[in-house]
Design a protein around this ligand. Structure first.
Ligand SMILES: Nc1ncnc2c1ncn2[C@@H]1O[C@H](COP(=O)(O)OP(=O)(O)OP(=O)(O)O)[C@@H](O)[C@H]1O
Length: 297
């Protein structure tokens, strides 16, 4: 679980208020097409597809502004996320992408519809959240930031080992004792990402995690994310403004319409799961990113 104060506060509330507040009766059916069955034999019923890790059902979200007006941010959002998937959410500014992520994280429970989990998230541990700004504690070392959520564990050695492994995973093993001010922007964000993984959450949610970084650093972090996924097979949902980022990282891309945000399309990325910098040079990569760009225009 992320140790960002807002997330911590929310889960502290959750611990005292029972189940995830988003688990309400469903209002609408969802819209995600299951993958085509393969190898089906005549007369033999196909096995039921595994339940999605997460189902968002008929979610509507309205904000009330300070002046008393109502802003409809999301309308009729239906989406299933499978375990181990990487899903990108793109859409015009203000279409409700961050709102959607916050609702999935349980940071905002004032909506209608339902956010249903296959396994209820463990309070404070099962949802890793990464914001655009890494928000590290400046008085703590890199290892101290990453291990923050593991403090108090009886297995101190195990916790230290986990922190070391996570830092190695993103090439920060030699910076465990450094302080955030001694790191570059990309290193700070890598610290924030592995901090969100420290508890081994069910899902990693990232809200424009690379938006504040220069292009070269961003590309490097993309490959860190792919490496993390290779190692952990973590379910990842991220918001981005970059169609190239969505195409490079995701299995599926959710395209949202302008406010009130609705799901306009869900595209499976037509690329092999193994992505390398050379993937960006493939004609199908360019075509797919171009198609996404056209949908946003
Ligand atoms: N606390 C709030 N009170 C009132 N309106 C809000 C609040 N938070 C968000 N909104 C409105 O809800 C809509 C969706 O906002 P949100 O931040 O989710 O969009 P977004 O797609 O993430 O935008 P961006 O891409 O620019 O970050 C916007 O019109 C925004 O003004």
């Amino acid at each position: 679980m992320s140790t960002d104060p807002e997330v911590e506060r929310h889960f502290h509330r959750m611990e005292h208020s029972g189940p995830h507040p988003g688990n309400r009766p469903r209002l609408r059916s969802h819209d995600v097409t299951p993958p085509a069955p393969s190898g089906a034999q005549p007369g033999v019923p196909a096995p039921a597809p595994p339940r999605p890790l997460l189902s968002i059902r008929g979610v509507d979200k309205r904000y009330r502004t300070a002046k008393g007006a109502t802003v409809q941010a999301l309308e009729g959002i239906d989406l299933d996320i499978a375990e181990g998937e990487i899903v990108a959410v793109i859409g015009p500014s203000g279409c409700g992408k961050s709102t959607l992520l916050r609702m999935v994280a349980g940071l905002d429970d004032d909506y209608t519809g339902a956010v249903e989990w296959r396994r209820p998230p463990r309070p404070g541990k099962d949802i890793g959240f990464v914001f655009q700004e890494p928000a590290l504690l400046p008085w703590r070392s890199v290892a101290g930031n990453v291990g923050l959520g593991l403090e108090g564990r009886k297995d101190l050695e195990g916790a230290e080992q986990r922190v070391a492994e996570l830092l190695d995973l993103v090439g920060l093993g030699d910076f465990a004792k450094s302080y955030p001010k001694e790191l570059s922007g990309g290193m700070r964000q890598r610290t924030a990402i592995v901090r969100a993984l420290a508890y081994d959450p069910q899902i990693l949610l990232m809200d424009e995690p690379f938006g504040a970084l220069d292009a070269i650093t961003r590309d490097r972090l993309h490959d860190d994310i792919l490496r993390i996924w290779e190692r952990t097979r973590k379910t990842i949902v991220f918001v981005t403004h970059s169609v190239e980022e969505a195409a490079y990282l995701a299995d599926r891309v959710v395209v949202m319409s302008a406010r009130p945000g609705r799901i306009r399309a869900v595209h499976r990325v037509p690329l092999h799961r193994d992505r390398t910098p050379a993937t960006r040079e493939l004609p199908e990569f360019g075509r797919f990113a171009g198609m996404l760009r056209g949908e946003l225009a």
